[in-house]
Design a protein around this ligand. Structure first.
Ligand code: NAD
Length: 249
């Protein structure tokens, strides 16, 4: 790792849903930058396995399993972090789910669960973290939206949640800029993770055929931007949504 991101050394970086996929890829790059990692996931096994994997390489880690859509669990989650390390420097709201179906078939529960995790989970984690950041008059929040915030057939719930994340983030950027807390959004396109592995081969081929750079993105593509947005190199950037999609938009 070059010294571009030397300011991230020893920073406490919380990544929700980082047991696998994009979140794990982000954790890996922050580990390389010398950050202390909080690996969260609703799945305790993957949270612990990922934290042990980084721990074995000498990275300081804390694994905390919790469902980010549950307020009490989230409050306890951040309490544990502050008890161990005394601060929260960077929060990356990455955990997210899809429950796709065409609108007329969409049940309220499918709408609600996606909104609860993708949008309300982002609210709850931000709410819990920002009180520590405000006291420290410093902090950095990165929220993961999606290209499909712009609308996608079969994803009324997901698109609404990911568009909501953008409006939410712009508001946080405006409310907390005076306390030196920045908040930006990364909007990935098609990235190779267990989430997209669930698609049929035909659907994957169709998706990739639309991408000008002719390949799916990798978690590391997202992680590199997260490093930049969390570091002082981007100190004049806040309230922005940055697309990473191989040229799709
Ligand atoms: P993934 O399914 O591979 O990983 C998501 C992780 O979040 C899983 O480990 C899962 O257990 C965890 N999680 C789910 N619900 C949770 C909850 N309530 N509390 C805590 N953890 C929870 O997905 P991914 O592809 O790595 O996606 C990561 C983020 O990127 C999501 O917000 C997703 O919407 C977004 N995204 C992904 C793509 C893509 O192409 N993969 C594209 C655009 C946006």
């Amino acid at each position: 790792m070059s010294n571009y991101f030397s300011d991230l050394k020893d920073k406490v970086v919380v990544i929700t849903g980082s047991g696998r996929g994009i979140g794990k890829g982000i954790a890996e790059e922050f580990a390389n930058a010398g950050s202390k990692l909080v690996i969260n996931d609703i799945n305790q096994e993957t949270a612990e396995a990922t934290a042990s994997e980084f721990g074995a390489k000498g990275v300081e880690t804390l694994a905390i399993a919790c469902d980010i859509s549950k307020q009490e669990q989230v409050q306890d989650f951040f309490k544990q972090i502050v008890e161990k390390w005394g601060k929260v420097d960077v929060l990356i709201n990455n955990a997210g789910i899809t429950q796709d179906t065409l609108f007329l078939r969409m049940k309220l529960e499918q709408w609600q669960r996606v909104i609860d995790i993708n949008l309300t989970g982002t609210f709850l984690c931000t709410h819990a973290a920002i009180k520590y950041m405000s006291k420290a008059k410093s902090g950095n929040i990165i929220n993961i939206s999606s290209i499909n915030r712009l609308g996608q057939a079969g994803q009324a719930n997901y698109s609404a949640s990911k568009a909501g994340v953008v409006g939410f983030s712009k508001t946080i950027a405006k409310e907390f800029a005076s306390r030196s807390i920045r908040c930006n959004v990364i909007a990935p396109g098609f990235i190779s993770t267990p989430m997209t592995a669930a698609m049929t081969d035909k659907a994957k081929e169709a998706a990739i055929s639309q991408i000008p750079l002719s390949r799916a993105g990798e978690p590391a593509d997202i992680a590199n931007l997260a490093l930049f947005l969390a570091s002082d190199l981007s100190s004049y950037i806040t309230g922005q949504t940055i697309d990473i999609n191989g040229g799709l938009t």
